[in-house]
Design a protein around this ligand. Structure first.
Ligand code: ZN
Length: 131
């Protein structure tokens, strides 16, 4: 049983004794204990969040094309801008070798082969000559 529950049990006993001042002080104590428990829970969540961020930070691999990958995870690429700016790992949308961040809209190319095909298709000289 937790601290708050124990205080509530004592408060019930005190309430039956008709000692209003003692009951009031116990109620205040119960509220303080509840506030402290909420603070402890919040701090535990914060510690978990920071530990997760530190683990991710150790796994980050940077690439010249402004995206990140995590060591041991070949399925997703993440936004460099969002990580550097807010320390958030935002997974990029990928299509035909290109990426776009759904959060900050950073765009680029991550697949070098697709990148070359993309560049050739969008090269003004090739478009002009119908290549
Ligand atoms: Zn982003």
């Amino acid at each position: 049983m937790g601290l708050v529950e124990n205080i509530k049990d004592v408060a019930k006993i005190v309430q039956q004794s008709d000692n209003i001042e003692l009951y009031r002080q116990l109620t205040n104590l119960s509220e303080q204990a509840l506030d402290q428990q909420n603070t402890i829970n919040h701090l535990h969540e914060e510690i978990e969040r920071i530990e997760k961020k530190l683990k991710n930070k150790e796994r980050i691999q940077r690439h010249p094309e402004l995206y990140l990958t995590l060591e041991g995870d070949n399925d997703a690429i993440y936004c460099t801008h969002c990580w550097d700016n807010e320390e958030k790992l935002i997974q990029m949308r990928t299509t035909n070798g290109q990426f776009e961040c759904p959060h900050c809209k950073l765009k680029g190319v991550f697949d070098k082969n697709e990148n070359e095909i993309y560049k050739a298709k969008n090269n003004p000289l090739n478009i002009l000559h119908g290549l």
